[in-house]
Structure formats: structure tokens, C-alpha cells
Write a protein that binds this ligand. Structure first.
Ligand code: SF4
Length: 307
């Protein structure tokens, strides 16, 4: 259970990636937090969606030794003709000893409770690189603000050391969560999935109303916001769709917009966490199409930088 300690709260972290040159300026560490209110059909981090720890299975690493089966007490895993079979409904996330015994790390757990101090200790190992490159730390997910107290304390710590802070957000959170972190956040990487509410609901599971409303309020605070549209072929990649998006952004005072072209890098992870993936046959957008849309965005007066 997540500790309710406002001074040093715990967070459910599923990854910490050092030496990133994406998701903010300079060299950065990306801290990935679990929990998300959206279920985007193209999500590249399906292991981020649930708040609780999840068993992650990489079939190619399994040598079928059967140790996990022997150590499972409640039939969480059995051996079938094709290898092990995980029965996710039988898993108790407080009793995962059968995962830890795997000698090849074919089985692992995504999601670990960490205190703010523990995360700060890890990210500050690269302080020298941040200072040389004007880099810092980005909170990502999932939606980092589903763990608001943890995100807030972490941002305060990093910001207090004079390092760059960024947060990648869906915007689908209570307004007071965004307002609370704004003084300690140098850059908001704000996802904008679809301008049309029906399509937004169809592809993400929720309305875009709160997301647009929060974006407007955040812009009014003077926060540094780069809106990013995940460019998904057949979903939101037409010129009309980008024009409609730009109309909304102009109307609420946003002047920075970037595209994140769809990719399949996360597709293998769906099987690993036992979630079905509807977009496995979808191709990434063509480079010349992306370039054309980017030119349209630039011609409309939008910038796409972090500063
Ligand atoms: S313990 Fe690991 S390697 Fe052995 S059967 Fe289970 S998943 Fe495969």
C-alpha cells in the first residue's frame, strides 16, 4: 500500500531511465510512474496503466525450468504444452515470491514502491550531466499526477537543486493537481490525443473536456507548455485533424505544438503484461506525411521547442 506521508511519500515506480535525450532539454533521467486514467489503444507503456505492481513475462527468456510453477501457491502459473501459462486473476500482488525465483528473469515485476528520497538518490547520480547540458528530470507514466503527492515532492526536490524539471501529463487529472506542481515544473509536455470528443472517447476511453479545460487554465498561469499530439494513422493524422487541433490551441493561448509519430516499440509489452493489443498491424505514418504536417504547424506560427 502507498504510504500517506506528505513529507516523504512513496510512489509506485515502474522504471527509471537515465541518459535520456528526449522528453525535455539536455540529458535527463525519466522517472516512470504507474497509474493512468486513459486507455489509449496505441499506448507504448501498457505496463504503466494499472497502479498495482504487475507480472511481466518475456517468453524468449523462459527455459521452462518450472521453478515458478513449483513456487506458486495459488495456481498463478502452470506449465502447458507451449510453456508456462500465467493466470492473472489468481495473482496476489502482495505474494509474488514465485516471480522472484525465476533464474533467467523471464518473469519480473513492473512496479515498486519507492520513497522520494530513494528516487532522488538515483537521479542525482547524474547531476554533473544535467548541469553540463541544462538537463534534469522528467516525470512520465502513465499519468504522474495520479500520484500527486509523490510527484509534487519529487519535483520540489529536483527544482530546489536548480535543475530542470518536466512532467509528461495527459491533463486528465483534477485541476488542483496541475496547479500544485506548476511552481516546480519548468516544462509541461501536455498530451493532446484528439480534438473531437467522440473520437477521444473511442480511442482513449475518456472525454477530452477536462483535458482541454485544464490546458486552458494552465496556459493562463504562464506555464511553459509544449503540447504533443501522438500522430496515429487513421485516427488523427489528417490535415483537417491537425488544423482543428491548432484552432483549439490558438483559442486557448497555446503556441507550441509537436507531433509524436506512432511507432510499434511498445507492442511486445502487451503480451508480457497479458493485455490485448488492437494496433499490432498499424504502420507508422510516412515520413513525408509527418514532414508535411510539421511544416503546416510551423507555417501556422507554432513553435515546437522546449524553451
Ligand atoms: S522460472 Fe522463469 S525460466 Fe523457469 S519456467 Fe518459470 S518463467 Fe520460465
Amino acid at each position: 500500500m502507498i504510504k500517506k506521508d506528505k513529507i516523504n511519500p512513496q510512489g509506485m515506480v515502474f522504471d527509471i531511465q537515465r541518459y535520456s535525450i528526449h522528453d525535455g532539454p539536455g540529458i535527463r533521467t525519466i522517472v516512470f510512474l504507474k497509474g493512468c486514467p486513459l486507455r489509449c489503444k496505441w499506448c507504448s507503456n501498457p505496463e504503466s496503466q494499472e497502479m498495482k505492481p504487475q507480472v511481466f513475462f518475456v517468453k524468449s527468456r523462459c527455459i521452462r525450468c518450472g521453478l515458478c510453477v513449483k513456487n506458486s501457491k495459488n495456481g498463478e502459473v502452470t506449465m502447458g504444452e507451449e510453456g508456462i501459462e500465467i493466470h492473472r486473476n489468481s495473482i496476489n500482488s502482495n505474494d509474488l515470491g514465485w516471480v522472484d525465483v525465476c533464474p533467467t528473469k523471464a518473469l519480473s515485476i513492473k512496479g515498486k514502491l519507492m520513497s522520494v528520497d530513494e528516487v532522488v538518490d538515483i537521479v542525482m547520480k547524474d547531476e554533473v550531466f544535467y548541469r553540463q547540458s541544462n538537463g534534469g528530470v522528467t516525470l512520465s507514466g502513465g499519468e504522474p499526477l495520479t500520484q500527486r503527492d509523490f510527484s509534487l515532492e519529487l519535483l520540489k526536490h529536483i527544482h530546489g537543486k536548480g535543475l530542470s524539471t518536466a512532467i509528461e501529463t495527459t491533463g486528465a487529472v483534477p485541476w488542483d493537481s496541475l496547479l500544485a506542481v506548476a511552481p516546480y515544473t519548468d516544462l509541461f509536455l501536455y498530451d493532446f490525443k484528439h480534438w473531437n470528443d467522440e473520437e477521444h472517447i473511442k480511442y482513449t476511453g475518456i472525454s477530452n473536456a477536462q483535458i482541454i479545460d485544464n490546458l486552458k487554465k494552465l496556459a493562463e498561469t504562464g506555464a511553459n507548455i509544449l503540447v504533443r499530439v501522438p500522430l496515429i494513422p487513421g485516427v488523427n493524422d489528417t490535415e483537417e485533424s491537425i488544423n482543428k487541433t491548432m484552432d483549439i490551441l490558438k483559442g486557448i493561448g497555446i503556441n507550441k505544438l509537436a507531433l509524436l509519430p506512432f511507432h510499434q516499440y511498445g507492442s511486445g509489452k502487451y503480451d508480457s503484461v497479458g493485455i490485448s493489443y488492437e494496433m499490432k498491424d498499424k504502420e507508422p505514418p510516412k515520413e513525408d506525411h509527418v514532414a508535411k504536417l510539421q511544416k503546416m504547424i510551423a507555417d501556422a506560427g507554432f513553435k515546437s521547442d522546449y524553451n
